[in-house]
Ligand binder design. Structure first.
Ligand SMILES: C[S@@+](CC[C@H](N)C(=O)[O-])C[C@H]1O[C@@H](n2cnc3c(N)ncnc32)[C@H](O)[C@@H]1O
Length: 221
């Protein structure tokens, strides 16, 4: 399915998400990983969604749909879910069925098969650290996502970094194992590089660091 230059690694970055892992994902990712390894309060990520989500929203790299389920959504919320993994798409679509939901199977490292400038906002949360390449290479996903958002709309998300942020001993051990297995690709990911790539694309943006996670919020020019 993936066709990019790192297709094996791209595949590995989403292969973990199966029905049984998705059933445990919220507990492991948010109660354990965010709290004890990444040291980012889940409430900060929910607050970022609250600040940026618009009534016509695109979510890329959907996982279980936790944040869209728990953030402040519009009464007539329209949500498009894009992910390389069909299990993630099915799980999140089921969870968010109370909204008007569309799904599309797509690799964020390639242009997204979605209308251009159509959305008021787009999230790519905890996605960059799943994708192979340097921050410069994986930042192409920022272009693909931003292309779908109208000028003045919002692009936002979080990613877990290995450099330029405080990484605890337990997180270092976990990152080595996950990068070795290919389920995470963040061993070279540096805060300074992320800032550079955001600044190159979005004159108006902000980055806030919590533990070893960087939260970014940008306005599409
Ligand atoms: C760590 S989960 C994040 C889920 C959710 N956004 C969250 O914040 O909890 C990463 C998600 O990104 C998807 N993914 C990984 N690589 C991808 C790629 N190259 N293109 C699109 N989706 C990808 C995975 O299938 C998975 O659903």
């Amino acid at each position: 399915m993936p066709t990019s230059p790192h297709s094996d690694q791209v595949h590995a970055g989403q292969a973990l998400y199966r029905p049984w892992t998705l059933a445990m994902y919220d507990m492991v990712a948010f109660r354990f990983n965010c709290r004890f390894l990444f040291r980012v309060p889940v409430s900060e990520v929910v607050a970022m969604f609250d600040r940026n989500v618009s009534p016509n929203h695109l979510d890329v790299g959907v996982g279980t749909g936790y944040f869209l389920d728990n953030c402040r959504t519009a009464p007539q919320q329209a949500i498009t879910l894009a992910d390389l993994n069909e299990h993630s798409l099915r799980h999140a679509a089921r969870r968010l069925a109370r909204f008007e939901v569309d799904t599309v199977r797509a690799n964020a490292l390639e242009p997204l098969p979605l209308p251009k400038a159509a959305f008021g906002s787009a999230s790519m949360n905890f996605l960059l650290h799943c994708m192979p390449g340097t921050i410069r290479q994986k930042a192409e996903a920022l272009d693909h996502v931003a292309a779908c958002v109208r000028p003045g709309g919002r692009v936002f998300g979080a990613t877990v970094l290995s450099r330029g942020v405080p990484v605890g001993a337990a997180a270092r051990v976990a990152f080595s194992a996950w990068n070795w297995r290919g389920v995470m690709h963040n061993s070279e990911d540096d805060l300074a590089d992320l800032r550079t790539e955001l600044a190159a694309r979005f004159p108006i943006h902000k980055v806030s660091v919590h533990g070893c996670a960087a939260l970014f919020e940008a306005e599409v020019p």
